[in-house]
Design a protein around this ligand. Sequence first.
Ligand code: HEM
Length: 329
Amino acid sequence: MAFKNTNVIAIFVLVLAVFGTCSNAQSLKVGFYKKTCPNVEAIVKKSTDTIFTSAPTLAAPLLRMHFHDCFVRGCDGSVLLNATTNSTTQVEKDAIPNLSLRGFGSIDRIKSAVEKKCPGVVSCADILALVARDATAFLKGPTWKVRLGRRDGRVSNFSDALPNLPPPFFNITQLIASFASKGLSTKDLVVLSGSHTVGTSHCSSFSNRLYNFTGVGDSDPSLDSEYIPRLTRKCSPTDQTTLVEMDPGSFKTFDINYYTLVAKRRGLFTSDSTLLADSETRAYIRRHASSSGTSSFFKDFAASMIKMGNIEVLTGNDGEIRKRCAFVN
Ligand code: HEM
């Protein structure tokens, strides 16, 4: 009986957690700024076009930035906040997983362009969601209608980042739990991991798999042994600066090749390889690895991005609309 009660309580807590994660999301809507800033999407698109045309490698990190925003305190723009000048307190941005983010200056430029037309109306959190969509489309990936109406948080804590952002060495159980804690499913995990079809990684994010994996000078047996020399040629054991294409040859195109790579045991991170260790994620990978059509992955990706963009959003009178994305008003 006691066991049954514990189960009931656990289920209740889980339902509350998931419901809490999504409840405000119902207030987000497509066209939220129709009356207050009707051209916001066009302004953001024009700015991103200019930025990506001159700096195409910024598209992938700006897609990633929305993920790093949403997983820490929800999609509230907290990743954009700077530490205040006369304080030594560190913020999310200063935490290890966020040190490799790029494109903060671009978000500031886009926000300035939006502020010029619609002062004090559009949140930085919404700008991040729009930019992630435009970045994906720029990389020839899918597009989707972005639900808007997020408000900006006033808090950014250094210590919130590490426990909420899954690291590249997580195994499948840890990844599923991390995504579930944000109201995202195992399917969302394998679908959103597909964004590793674009962009680059620092050697330091995966070199543990190449050298001394278990402390005896070995490499990770789950990594294709023929792929390892290609990676070790690029990355010395202590390399902190070199960037490696995550999907070699097509890292500038949002395609389906990530799944082919992972199926061939060439996923760069443990978090990519480990998707072969669960029956649901493995089936998704195999199905997409053997298909040349992108339409089912694109449809899934759009749906999962919309779900991710709903995580713990601030709406109504919560939070604020920041004037500058790096500072609370
Ligand atoms: C499943 C858990 C995930 C883990 C463990 C993870 C980990 C990482 C790591 C370690 C990097 C390389 C950082 C560097 O060394 O420069 C990276 C890059 C990237 N990630 Fe993820 N990621 C995950 C999920 C996601 C999601 C959900 C998205 C987007 C929806 C995403 C988008 C990207 C992109 C686009 C890049 C390339 C960034 C660039 O070119 O600078 N990742 N990820």
